[in-house]
Design a protein around this ligand. Structure first.
Ligand SMILES: Nc1ncnc2c1ncn2[C@@H]1O[C@H](COP(=O)(O)OP(=O)(O)OP(=O)(O)O)[C@@H](O)[C@H]1O
Ligand code: SF4
Ligand SMILES: [Mg+2]
Length: 325
């Protein structure tokens, strides 16, 4: 039976904002179920406008944030297994992060090559300095850089694009099975974004590594994804094979987002965030998209839509598709 590299079941995370009495609850991630098949390496993009819960979901997968409820399994093993001190390195060998701002991923007082060597030695990927040098040269070469060009240099001597390549190289050192990249190109010059994202595609096959690529930038997700997960107000509202979703978006919100694709580099949140509506939508009964949906019916405003599987790998959370049940 095919196994899942990542399996997320009924995962939620709430935040309380404001005081004890007058504070309110934000459900940043709301009962998310997600499976990333492990038969071959995949790139899964998580897309959606600002505040929909992408980073909170990523941080829970990276064990940087505790879920309020639900569970996450990596290759069948619950993440709680890695809570034990003796298993923490094991986790870092399997799952690596790439963050939005490469300048905060590196210590400004340490040369970049030292940092890479330390990663190889601390994670026990290399036993000697020579072995670390061989591994670091190899990963740098894979991202289009050479060790002798970066040796002895500090992070501020690189451009954002170069430094992000170096953080990708760092993430590759343990040959992880999953890399979680949260908006990795958001701070990079628009003309260089596709180069970085295309690199994910190359590395996916070269290192047999799965990527979760979190982005606002639908145009980049369009070219590299095997799977697309769309989030809206904390909920996973559509998930499936990228080709199916791009050719036949089934949730009205995904449909709306896809209309923006031809405008390369466009960020969804520029047009679509309605901040004054956000808080109200979090607490709405029924479908959270109903106020913006041209297909909304009375039922959409009173009952939560259930998951409908258009095919075994294509899920949508919308009443419009209830005939497929
Ligand atoms: N530590 C926190 N405390 C309180 N609220 C939080 C916290 N972290 C996130 N939130 C809230 O949870 C919701 C989801 O935030 P999250 O950062 O996950 O969204 P996002 O999709 O990554 O947004 P962006 O595209 O802007 O990065 C937002 O309403 C946010 O304000
Ligand atoms: S459930 Fe109703 S309101 Fe929500 S997206 Fe579907 S049709 Fe629109
Ligand atoms: Mg975010």
């Amino acid at each position: 039976m095919a196994h899942n590299i990542l399996e997320i079941n009924n995962l939620s995370r709430q935040f309380k904002i404001g005081g004890m009495l007058l504070g309110k609850k934000i459900v940043a991630v709301d009962k998310v179920d997600l499976k990333l098949p492990g038969d071959k390496p995949q790139i899964m993009s998580i897309v959606g406008e600002s505040g929909c819960g992408k980073t909170t979901l990523a941080r829970m997968i990276l064990r940087l944030q505790e879920p309020s409820s639900g569970d996450i399994r990596l290759d069948g093993t619950p993440l709680s297994h890695y809570d034990k001190r003796q298993h923490r390195k094991e986790f870092l060998k399997k799952v690596q992060p790439i963050f939005q701002n490469p300048f905060t991923s590196f210590s400004m007082r340490k040369t970049v090559d030292t940092y890479l060597f330390e990663t190889a030695l601390n994670l026990e990927i290399a036993k000697t300095k020579q072995e670390a040098q061989r591994i670091v040269s190899e990963v740098l070469h894979s991202v289009g850089l050479e060790l002798n060009h970066i040796s002895g240099k500090y992070p501020n001597q690189f451009s954002g694009g170069e430094l992000q390549r170096i953080s990708i190289a760092r993430a590759l050192i343990p040959k992880p099975s999953l890399i979680v990249a949260d908006e990795p190109v958001a701070m990079i010059d628009a003309s260089l974004r596709m180069n970085i994202v295309n690199l994910f595609k190359k590395l996916k096959d070269e290192y047999k590594v799965n990527f979760i690529y979190i982005t606002h930038d639908l145009s980049t997700a369009y070219y590299v994804s095997d799977y697309i997960a769309t989030m809206y107000r904390g909920q996973l509202i559509e998930f499936g094979d990228a080709r199916n979703i791009l050719n036949k978006p089934s949730h009205p919100y995904t449909e709306l987002l896809l209309d923006s694709i031809p405008r390369v580099g466009k960020k969804w949140n520029e047009d679509m965030v309605l901040p004054d509506m956000e808080d109200k939508e979090y607490g709405l009964n029924g479908c959270k998209f109903a106020n913006r949906c041209m297909y909304a019916q009375d039922i959409c405003r009173s009952i939560d839509p259930n998951k409908v599987y258009i095919d075994p790998e294509h899920m949508v959370l919308c009443f419009k598709h209830n005939d497929y049940k």
